[in-house]
Design a protein around this ligand. Structure first.
Ligand SMILES: Nc1nc2c(ncn2[C@@H]2O[C@H](COP(=O)(O)OP(=O)(O)O)[C@@H](O)[C@H]2O)c(=O)[nH]1
Ligand SMILES: [Mg+2]
Length: 404
């Protein structure tokens, strides 16, 4: 074999390797002819969520669509999920949040792509010829007035009726919708395929109120595989780890010297009084929990959306009985870099590594921490704990244990 042949062969091999990794990541460079052809054959789903919903319910809605699309890929379907940008969330107060943010700000998109065929919206923008992104059909999903017809909840959908799209198309004015259709819907998400199949020529299909369709199956291995793929953006992880190391001198997945609390306030403290405690009640419960779990622990990490005045009072009362209270307070530069969404994730990561966690009842922010702790391998007894109201019933939280 001549040297020239060897070089040619190696180049060919390199090309094959490069093309196959490119395919695996689902990433595609426009200039590549093969990828252009892929794009021509591909079809896309994008969804939006009820505007007032927060970040952590949206993460669960993502999982429903990601699992639906991952299942479809196994049947050789050519559908991809466009990741809807994070835009103008109700709980994000800082001005610097006012533009559509890609998922890569918060998640490791390469990891998401290993589980499901997903693309960022800006990747799609970069591939369409015109400046306008035209959605072929927007299905505005709506709940049925009566979910239990004749006392029975069953999967069903029905086109018709009046509706408005109440979202904002993520603030983009170069997105248009060719046709809007109102659909009453209830039940499993995979039934959306029945709707989609009514118009087989559609390339870009959108669903508004993506929170209405439910998981086909909750808590299965597939559910957890998807959940595990939702790794956070590396900069957020490294910031949280630096904090944990600095204040708790812990470098492990499972730290043994601090307790974490998700103290949800704001709308919860106002309108869910029967589920959440007062400041004094919170102090009493944390103290009791630590006495029962490990009386040697003095460090408490508090994640909260509470007001400064409430947090100062909580910190004071806990300090008075001998605890050391820690909060993650971002610098202005960190807030500008990570935004409200990133800061909340850093809070969640710090809570996830604590020896013992106490959450807020029915908060999806708490649920996502609990899932993270299941993935990290904590004993469930250190995870599924909640703050109770000062008086009255305190339902035991459900334990959603990991399936590997
Ligand atoms: N930084 C931070 N933000 C929080 C905390 N708790 C709630 N938030 C904010 O409030 C929002 C609450 O909405 P959501 O994620 O839907 O959780 P849920 O309403 O508790 O189920 C979060 O997304 C955050 O923006 C917290 O402990 N720390
Ligand atoms: Mg919420």
């Amino acid at each position: 074999m001549s040297i020239k042949m060897i070089i040619n062969l190696s180049l060919l091999l390199l090309c094959v390797i490069l093309t196959s990794t490119e395919k695996q990541d689902g990433y595609c460079d426009l200039k590549e002819k093969t990828c252009d052809r892929d794009f021509l054959n591909e079809k896309f789903i994008i969804y939006d969520v009820n505007p007032p919903e927060g970040f952590n319910l949206r993460r669960d809605v993502y999982m429903r669509f990601a699992i639906m699309l991952s299942d479809a890929r196994q049947h050789n379907e050519n559908w991809k999920l466009i990741l809807p940008p994070w835009y103008s969330l109700y709980h994000w107060k800082a001005k610097q949040n006012d533009y559509p943010m890609p998922w890569s700000n918060f998640f490791d998109v390469k990891s998401l792509k290993k589980f499901a065929p997903v693309v960022e919206l800006h990747e799609v923008f970069s591939k369409i010829d015109s400046n306008i992104f035209k959605i072929d059909r927007l299905y505005v999903l709506q709940n049925y007035d009566d979910a239990f017809e004749n006392g029975e909840f069953r999967d069903k959908w029905e086109i018709g009726g009046d509706c408005d799209y109440d979202g904002s198309l993520w603030g983009y004015n170069n997105i248009t919708v060719k046709k809007t259709i109102c659909v009453k819907y209830q039940g499993r998400i995979s039934k959306l395929w029945e709707l989609i199949s009514l118009n087989p020529a559609d390339k870009f299909v959108m669903f508004a109120h993506g929170e209405i369709p439910l998981h086909d199956q909750y808590g299965t291995k597939t559910f957890w595989d998807c959940r595990k793929s939702m790794k956070f953006n590396k900069n957020l992880i490294s910031r949280a780890k630096k904090y944990i190391y600095k204040y708790f001198n812990c470098n492990n997945k499972i730290c043994n010297n601090y307790v974490s609390v998700h103290w949800r306030r704001q709308d919860f403290a106002r309108s869910r009084k029967k589920d959440v405690p007062s400041i004094g009640g919170t102090v009493k419960q944390i103290d009791n929990a630590i006495k029962n779990y490990n009386p040697h622990i003095v460090n408490i990490f508090i994640a909260s959306d509470g007001q400064n005045s409430e947090l100062i009072e909580l910190e004071k009362q806990l300090s008075d009985i001998g605890f050391k209270v820690h909060l993650y307070l971002p610098t202005q530069l960190e807030l500008d870099t990570f935004k409200d969404g990133g800061v909340a994730i850093i809070d969640q990561i710090i809570c996830s590594h604590a020896a013992y966690f106490i959450g807020t009842y029915e908060s999806t922010f708490t649920f996502r921490i609990q899932e993270e702790r299941e993935i990290l391998g904590f004993d469930s007894s250190t995870t599924f704990n909640r703050l109770c109201p000062d008086n009255g019933r305190c339902e035991v939280p459900s334990k959603w244990k990991i399936v590997n």
